[in-house]
Write a protein that binds this ligand. Structure first.
Ligand code: 4AD
Ligand code: MG
Length: 431
């Protein structure tokens, strides 16, 4: 296994190094060759001079093409003209794996890059995004584990909907229809009676029939469910999670954020300031007064309205107390107003949409049954879930965070498809 990387060589800054990686760019003349070598950590310029290397090495140089994998040894020296400030003056060059003509060149269409996603992953931009993604997953685990949460898994094959029937993926399960998980939530609400505070990161599936920059059909969902907890506890937990993730990315991915040209001051604002909490009613007022947009009370906020609303804030904003009829059956009816629920959406700044959806859960068994019926569901199909309210129910709640939604904002990516290695959408399930 390799234990010395391009970044280690740059950190070392002088002396002899041996590097293994891929040819990112190359050009050559009859006497000298220039290679930009890449590995997972960084890129570095290498110079191969015909009269400084043996005949075998020069022969490799003469036949080298983009994406060949190579082993190169030489002296590293500082050179301000080189792309990352250092240059390796080669003494030997060895070919490990040859490469056919690499299909990806400059200025290719999005469609072509999507068709060649497996190769496009090698680009510097994707490399930076994937590293930030890795930090984000690690930070989510760390956040919950530091708080002594247990990791708990739900099944992916599920018998019912939870977030609305229109986005269910039906699977033929030995002749019987079942659905791919939209959320772990209903199972989590059973799990808390054993483990109390739990979380998971798992794929969720939504049959989104529209092509938008925010929707995947398969996305990674970070969810938490907490007991002996009220609405504020749920909101505080979500705000803490986002801040913990931002903090980690700013600490660990400075170089990657630079590659992506991300304005990190925008990220810092959400790390350093509390997220304003406004009610749905406040949101309608702001939209009317500041954005000249009238939304009829009782209508869900559409993407355009969310995007306008967040222009009034430079951090995340949390909208609470939505009308009951636009939210899921399990959200707790507000004790002071039965028309609204203790549900919240965390909206990202800069127009990246809803990152977290959460709520305090309805404790009243009869109200849950009633709302299922109103949505055209048969409460008998929810037997195991209804049991959670029959045997020692406690105040509880939780949320789900779309990991790619958060990543799109962190990376200032114009499209959610960019921040997952192999995106799945209505029109694409390959590669
Ligand atoms: O708001 P949602 O539907 O909430 C739930 O699923 C709850 N059961 C979560 C819970 O309380 N445990 O989804 C949660 C989040 C959204 O805020 C959004 O960030 C993300 O999941 N999301 C999607 N991300 C990418 N593509 C999609 N099609 C998404 N649908 C939802
Ligand atoms: Mg939601």
């Amino acid at each position: 296994m390799k234990d010395f990387f391009v970044q280690d060589a740059i950190n070392q800054g002088k002396g002899n190094v041996t590097l293994q990686g891929w040819v990112y760019r190359e050009r050559k003349s009859s006497k000298v060759g220039f290679i930009v070598l890449r590995d997972s950590t960084n890129i570095i310029q290498c110079v191969v001079k015909k009269d400084s290397v043996d005949a075998k090495s020069w022969n490799v140089m003469e036949n080298l093409s983009v994406e060949c994998s190579i082993k190169i040894a030489g002296e590293i020296v500082e050179d301000s003209r080189a792309p990352t400030g250092y240059e390796v003056r080669a003494t030997t060059l060895e070919l490990v794996g040859g490469s056919e003509v690499f299909p990806i060149t400059k200025d290719q269409s999005k469609e072509f890059l999507a068709d060649n996603r497996h190769l496009w992953l090698r680009s510097r931009r994707m490399n930076a995004i994937l590293k930030i993604r890795s930090t984000v997953f690690g930070a989510i685990h760390e956040y919950f584990r530091n708080k002594n949460f247990y990791e708990f898994q739900s099944p992916i094959f599920q018998g019912t909907q939870c977030e609305g029937g229109s986005t269910l993926f039906e699977v033929n399960y030995f002749g019987k229809p079942v659905y791919l998980a939209q959320t772990w939530q209903l199972y989590a609400e059973a799990g808390i009676f054993s483990l109390e505070n739990i979380y998971c990161i798992a794929p969720s599936f939504r049959a989104e029939k529209s092509q938008t920059s925010r929707h995947l059909t398969e996305y990674w969902h970070a969810e938490a469910e907490i007991t002996w907890a009220d609405f504020n506890d749920v909101i505080n937990l979500g705000e803490g999670l986002i801040k913990h993730v931002i903090k980690n990315v700013l600490e660990k991915n400075k170089h990657d954020l630079e590659i992506l040209n991300r304005d990190i001051e925008k990220l810092k604002l959400s790390l350093d300031n509390p997220f304003p909490r406004i009610t749905y009613d406040d949101a309608l007022k702001i939209l009317e007064e500041k954005n000249n947009l009238k939304v009829e009370w009782g209508k869900d906020l559409r993407t355009v309205e969310e995007d306008e609303l967040v222009k009034n804030f430079d951090t995340f904003v949390i909208v609470t107390h939505y009308p009951k009829k636009v939210k899921a059956f399990y959200m707790k009816e507000s004790p002071s107003n039965p028309d609204v629920v203790h549900g919240c959406d965390f909206l990202a700044p800069e127009g990246y949409g809803e990152i977290i959806g959460g709520s305090e859960r309805e404790p009243d068994l009869e109200k849950i049954k009633q709302r299922l019926i109103e949505q055209g569901e048969d409460p008998d199909d929810y037997g195991f879930y209804l049991d959670t309210r029959k045997y020692g129910s406690v105040p509880h709640g939780g949320f789900g965070m779309g990991v790619e939604r958060l990543l799109a904002w962190l990376c200032a990516s114009g499209n959610i498809k960019e921040v997952i290695p192999f995106p799945r959408t209505m029109r694409r399930v390959t590669p």
